[in-house]
Design a protein around this ligand. Structure first.
Ligand SMILES: Cc1cc2nc3c(=O)[nH]c(=O)nc-3n(C[C@H](O)[C@H](O)[C@H](O)COP(=O)(O)OP(=O)(O)OC[C@H]3O[C@@H](n4cnc5c(N)ncnc54)[C@H](O)[C@@H]3O)c2cc1C
Length: 434
């Protein structure tokens, strides 16, 4: 039976290098990113990205024939755990959301021409992309309600609609837009994915939305912003359709599986960084005659956080392993489990780390308040907790059925009666011997 938790020594070396590289070269960027324009940021990134390419760690999520490393989800999980420690790290490794998910869509559903025109430059880091599905007017958690339309007119689609929270929409060179192509089809066959170059007439990037993530300094056109976009009579060639017409949900399902697990992996990185701060603080802060580390509540926080993080890590890596072994569809339950569990673990660990730092934790002198705001969003992007719980519960319940007679299977008096019948001989002998 194969059941192995070890890491190949060569890959462990790469992970060790990554850990040091991210800490020394990327973490410092966090403190000055607000002072830099996107163009300056790109200049800072260029040599870092070169170094990552030289080490053979660029775009690790895709297969080698597509310019990636073909590491599979398990190795990627360990890498993302390190990249997740900083929001700025994935961009240096060519696998930041949403580009990583979009490159997976192009790899899976793109034609040869689409791959050449959009995927190769995306992988090379020469283009940026966005995924434009959620709309303010309808529930993002139920995309069968989407209203954006793409109507065929000769050799073109004419797109009309209103989207928001298209991450990186304001810096993207192209957008992958989810639009209804056949309103009369069955709900999950109505929508398609279409590539829309950002400079197409009619694409109106209205604003980058102020969020909990960036509550004070509203900026426009920066990595990680979330755009509101209006599509007004946007015309693109029918060749920009990804896959078949009506295959939008199918493709989204394939994209979201790996995308979700990559998020969970990164959250482990956030959790572990917050955990380090929690532990460090407990050792030097003194209150009521001793360090906080000696208070039972703090010890509970440390132990509970360690246990939750360990569980989340094993669940994430198990889901990754299952995806590698059996594919994303087979791992749906595992992915949903870790999506809501991992988000809660990150939230709880960051919350405890913030709490132990008191006013300092609440201040912008530490990254904890930003981590806390980041952690909050994780509970609904890529599917709210409630929807993932629903998916898990439904799948689990398929393995059960209600008792035909309405009596619970474990009902003790019923089971006792059955056992008495079954062991009547022995029971009678015992009674006779009494
Ligand atoms: C930081 C961030 C980045 C994002 N990036 C992108 C992006 O790049 N592209 C994109 O298209 N979208 C993006 N989104 C949007 C995201 O995908 C949606 O917010 C998400 O799908 C939820 O949709 P909604 O906001 O419309 O909430 P709704 O669908 O209106 O849901 C609101 C709430 O209703 C409840 N609910 C919903 N369904 C159920 C149910 N079945 N049972 C019980 N309760 C339920 C939940 O509490 C849920 O949180 C991003 C969002 C955030 C916050």
């Amino acid at each position: 039976m194969a059941w192995d938790f070890s890491t190949e020594p060569e890959f462990q070396e790469q992970l060790d290098w990554m850990r040091q590289f991210v800490r020394e070269e990327i973490w410092p960027l966090e403190t000055i990113a607000d002072e830099l324009t996107q163009e300056q940021l790109d200049r800072v990134y260029a040599p870092l990205q070169e170094e990552v390419k030289r080490r053979g760690l660029w775009a690790a999520h895709l297969s080698p024939d597509l310019g990636g490393q073909g590491f599979g989800q398990l190795k990627l999980g360990m890498m993302h755990e390190i990249l997740g420690t900083s929001a700025f790290a994935p961009n240096a490794f060519g696998n930041q959301a949403p580009d990583s998910g979009n490159s997976e869509i192009l790899a899976m559903a793109g034609s040869d021409e689409q791959k050449e025109r959009w995927l190769q430059p995306l992988l090379a880091g020469d283009l940026k992309s966005a995924f434009s599905m959620t709309e303010p007017e309808v529930a993002g958690s139920d995309p069968t309600t989407l209203r954006t339309t793409a109507v065929r007119d000769g050799d073109e689609y004419v797109i009309n609609g209103h989207k928001w929270f298209s991450t990186n929409g304001s810096i993207a060179d192209f957008l992958i837009v989810m639009a209804v192509t056949d309103p009369d089809a069955r709900p999950h066959q109505r929508a398609s994915m279409i590539i829309v170059p950002a400079d197409t007439p009619g694409v109106d990037i209205v604003r980058d939305i102020g969020t909990m993530e960036h509550p004070v300094t509203e900026s426009f056109g920066k990595l990680g912003n979330h755009a509101e976009i209006r599509y007004e009579n946007v015309r693109v060639p029918v060749d920009n359709l990804l896959g078949d017409e009506g295959a939008g949900f199918l493709i989204a399902q394939h994209r979201l599986g790996p995308g979700r697990i990559h998020h969970c992996m990164r959250w482990l990185g956030v959790s572990s960084r917050a955990f380090d701060m929690l532990c460090e603080r407990s050792l030097y802060r003194e209150a009521r005659g001793g360090p906080l580390a000696e208070k039972q509540t703090i010890q509970n926080w440390i132990a509970d956080s360690a246990a939750q993080m360990h569980a989340a890590r094993l669940m994430t890596l198990h889901a990754a392993w299952k995806m590698d072994a059996e594919g994303a569809s087979a791992a749906r339950r595992e992915i949903s489990l870790i999506k809501f569990f991992g988000a809660t673990v990150m939230h709880d660990v960051v919350d405890r780390a913030l709490q132990i730092h008191g006013a300092l934790g609440y201040s912008t002198d530490l990254p904890l308040e930003a981590m806390y705001r980041f952690a909050r969003a994780a509970r609904f992007y890529d599917g709210p907790d409630e929807v993932h719980r629903e998916t898990v519960a439904r799948q689990i319940l398929r393995g059960y059925e209600a008792p035909a007679d309405g009596v619970p299977t474990e009902h003790v008096p019923t089971r006792r009666e059955e056992a008495r019948r079954r062991f009547a001989d022995i029971l009678e002998a015992v009674t006779a011997n009494d």
